[in-house]
Design a protein around this ligand. Structure first.
Ligand code: SF4
Ligand code: SF4
Length: 518
């Protein structure tokens, strides 16, 4: 079946480099580490809250932190052991800051909580499926880590036209979704069927970049065997960043998600292929999210490959399992070379969003060159897939004119790094945009805090004034009551006095003579 495709603005062609080395080998399961580390913030939204304490024994699949609020996700232990610490540890974040983590000393027994598989998901109500997804701790595994239940819990009257399964792994080096599709296509298709049953779209599209021809054939064959005509695999041009949600939507539908809206507002839902697999695991097999596929790659790794990793495993253990670092290993990045986060330490754990651990050599890294002044060439704007003006945003971010940076829609920047790649002045533009976003958020939070403090102060003043008025009213009423009482008493007294006077003036009644007895 042919499929009409569209071209999004900007982007960089042919960034499929470095994928083959890891994607040519089958997924292997990484061993259980001696310690599992779980940052409580590993998803978009509110941090989870620990439900265990130091000394507790936990089993694989057991809840160790519950979701806090609507946009949040629970966390489950990936193996059995004892909670050894709940403390600040280094977490994978661009700030390099520490975050609260639950640490588990594993016991090697890998005992698990009994799973609750479901033979036929069609016996479930839509709300029950969303609840299973929520309780299983699913988040977007493509790197965004947005809680999946929130994405799926759209209004029941929403008309979804298309479900998009995002297998367009557009960053160089990353191949975890590719391997997953090659090895577990049937389970992914069952995941798509669950989503079809839940969202009732007219069609579902599994989108892959056109360089992944072998994987496309695998999924096509699996779809032919499945014979579900509502699901279609579509090859899309390899243009970076086609795997970003908005760019993929534009490519497949020609539509643009309006600013401030979500895809569901225009009848679309898109889910990463790894997340779709996790939906199948949660709903059909009753398993919470405790592991994921991670690509461990780069010329700084001796044997690059894709691993099935328990979430919480320190990155150093993955490197060791892939035969260690090569001599020229230069740095460690979580994610790909375009959007990844440089890590300070390999003791940092794999989190739900860890799709790749990249260890490049000096040769592979485009070493930071001395930034030169902007020459206003406009190349950054011509490649920007979000139709932004990076040179303007840079100017205002750099000079701390944050309102201006915001008015140039810095929050629409998807941090794809395309502008960095083409800038002839080697300006680290994305760094400036990240800084601006963080500074604006901090400023807004501060404003909100002071506005809350003002609201609280005003409410207190109002309450005190009200209490004062009530007190004044009570004493006025009391005074009035006393006055009335005194007046009544006065009246009663004067009546009595006038009675007495009257009685005093009136002569006493003469005594009647008593008649004598005959
Ligand atoms: S590409 Fe670099 S030099 Fe050219 S306009 Fe953009 S920021 Fe300036
Ligand atoms: S990093 Fe942001 S500004 Fe630069 S090209 Fe990508 S979306 Fe545009």
């Amino acid at each position: 079946m042919s499929f009409k495709l569209w071209r999004f603005k900007g982007g960089l062609p042919s960034l499929a480099k470095g994928k083959k080395t890891a994607s040519s080998l089958a997924i292997q399961t990484a061993p259980i580490p001696e310690e599992l580390i779980y940052p409580l913030t590993q998803h978009i939204g509110q941090a989870a809250v620990a439900t265990v304490k130091v000394g507790d024994r936990v089993l694989r699949g057991q809840l160790i932190a519950k979701a806090e609020g609507f946009v949040s996700a629970p966390i489950h232990a990936a193996s059995s052991g004892v909670v050894s610490e709940i403390a600040e540890r280094q977490i994978p974040h661009p700030s390099g800051l520490k975050g609260l983590c639950i640490c588990i000393k594993t016991d090697g027994l890998d005992e698990e909580l009994p799973a609750s598989p479901i033979a036929d998901f069609r016996t479930l109500e839509a709300a029950e499926i969303v609840n299973i997804v929520r309780e299983a701790g699913l988040v977007g595994l493509g790197g965004a880590a947005f809680p999946t239940a929130v994405k799926l819990g759209i209004k029941s009257d929403a008309q979804i036209k298309m479900l998009i399964i995002n297998a367009a792994e557009c960053e160089p080096y990353i191949s975890c979704d590719d391997r997953l599709l090659k090895e577990r296509a049937e389970k992914i298709i069952q995941g798509v069927e669950i989503l079809l049953y839940l969202l009732k779209p007219e069609q579902a599209v599994i989108a892959l970049e056109d360089h992944a021809t072998e994987t496309y054939q695998v999924i096509k064959t699996a779809l032919d065997e499945n014979a579900n005509s509502a699901i279609q695999a579509v090859q899309i041009p390899t243009i970076y960043p086609t795997g970003s949600e908005k760019q993929l939507i534009k490519t497949l539908t020609g539509q643009e998600v309006p600013q401030g809206k979500i895809p569901a507002d225009i009848g679309l839902v898109s889910l990463n292929v790894g997340t779709t697999y996790a939906v199948q695991q949660a709903v059909v097999e009753g398993k919470p999210l405790t592991s994921r596929i991670t690509t461990v790659t780069g010329e700084g790794i001796t044997t690059p490959r894709n691993l099935e990793v328990r979430i919480g495993t320190p990155m150093s253990k993955l490197v060791a399992f892939c035969d260690g670092y090569t001599e020229n290993a230069e740095r460690i990045i979580m994610g790909g070379p375009m959007m990844g986060v440089a890590l300070t330490d390999d003791a940092i754990p794999v989190v739900k969003a860890t799709n790749c651990l990249l260890v490049p050599t000096k040769k592979e890294v485009v070493l930071e060159k001395q930034a030169m002044p902007c020459i206003r060439c406009g190349q950054c704007a011509s490649v920007c897939p979000a139709s932004l003006l990076p040179q303007q945003m840079y100017w205002y971010s750099r000079s701390d004119q944050l309102d201006k940076a915001e008015s140039y829609n810095v929050f629409d920047c998807i941090e794809c790094g395309s502008c960095d790649v083409v800038c002839p002045s080697h300006i680290p533009l994305v760094q400036h945009f990240r800084y601006a976003k963080t500074a604006i958020k901090a400023r807004n939070a501060e404003k909100q805090q002071s506005s809350h403090a003002r609201d609280r102060f005003e409410a207190r003043e109002e309450r005190l004034a009200k209490e004062k008025a009530e007190r004044a009213e009570r004493s006025r009423l009391k005074r009035e009551r006393l006055k009335n009482k005194a007046a009544k008493a006065e009246i009663a007294g004067s009546v009595e006095r006038s009675n007495e006077k009257r009685q005093a003036k009136e002569p006493a009644e003469p005594l009647k003579p008593v008649a004598k007895e005959p």
